[in-house]
Write a protein that binds this ligand. Structure first.
Ligand code: SF4
Length: 267
């Protein structure tokens, strides 16, 4: 288990991570979803052409790792082409609830598998009660099935856990469970609840206290994937990516010069 770093006094060095919000619709309706995703959320798909240009520009700037998130990315028919394009150029991780990864979807993912492509599955418990409390009845069992199917196809699965009042006392049980699946501690990430989107409780995080991780959606560029709310927006233009990255670097320099650097590395 790796827990997010607490605020420190060292400014992060470039390259930061590049995050791509592929879409906002989702097959789940989690109570703490920071993106306000659900089956009723408008799709707001970023599209393959934008992803190709983003990855090309990001590589030129020096980014080495892209993360694809939503919504549920595997609702998109072109997510496989996005992942193939990105993972041919840099380390690539796709976040998913894993519930749709079977049948044709899984086989399309297998077809683009390579060593640079990782799958990160959301799992909040070693038992259904801890996971389903915020994510919906039956979601734990389907997520675990998805993890096992991915492993059977040879994927190295990483796990992302949101610590909540329900699962907080049982994280060691979750760790024992993921080890029983063959997933090592280094591939398990735990982060606290954040008070954003649908979540009414948790840490209050913003541009002043988060390590930047350049985040892009259809509406532009944002400071961090925690939120694509207006207060986190850096640019209303996706391109050129370098312009928004320059703004983030300038703002980070200002924070650093102030001598009061207390930024959280919120994974
Ligand atoms: S937290 Fe993830 S799985 Fe849950 S609704 Fe939001 S995007 Fe979907």
């Amino acid at each position: 288990m790796q827990v997010v770093e607490q605020p420190g006094n060292v400014a992060p060095a470039f390259p930061w991570k590049l995050w791509v919000y592929t879409n906002y619709d989702c097959n789940l309706r989690c109570q703490y979803c920071v993106a306000k995703s659900s089956p009723n959320a408008p799709r707001r798909a970023i599209g393959l052409a934008n992803v190709r240009r983003l990855i090309d520009e990001a590589k030129l700037i020096g980014f080495v790792h892209a993360f694809f998130t939503g919504g549920e990315p595997f609702l998109l028919p072109d997510i496989y082409d996005m992942l193939a394009y990105s993972s041919a150029r840099m380390q690539t991780t796709v976040l998913t609830n894993a519930m749709l990864l079977h049948g044709a979807r899984l086989q399309k993912l297998v077809a683009v598998a390579n060593d640079a492509l990782r799958v990160q599955v959301s799992l909040d418990g070693g038992c259904a009660e801890d996971h389903d409390a915020y994510r919906g009845a039956g979601s734990w069992a389907r997520a675990v099935d998805g993890i096992k199917r991915l492993q059977a196809e040879g994927f190295r699965v990483r796990l992302g856990t949101t610590e909540t009042p329900v699962n907080s006392a049982h994280l060691q049980q979750l760790c024992a469970f993921h080890r029983s699946l063959g997933i090592p501690d280094e591939d398990h990430f735990v982060r606290p609840l954040a008070k954003r989107g649908y979540s009414k409780q948790g840490l209050e995080l913003n541009m002043a206290n988060l390590v930047p991780e350049v985040t892009v959606n259809l509406d532009g560029v944002f400071w961090h994937p925690l939120s694509t709310d207006a207060d986190m927006q850096v640019s209303k233009r996706m391109f050129p990516l370098a312009t928004a990255v320059g703004r983030i670097q300038n703002q980070l320099d200002e924070i650093t010069r102030s001598g009061n650097v207390k930024l959280m590395d919120f994974k």
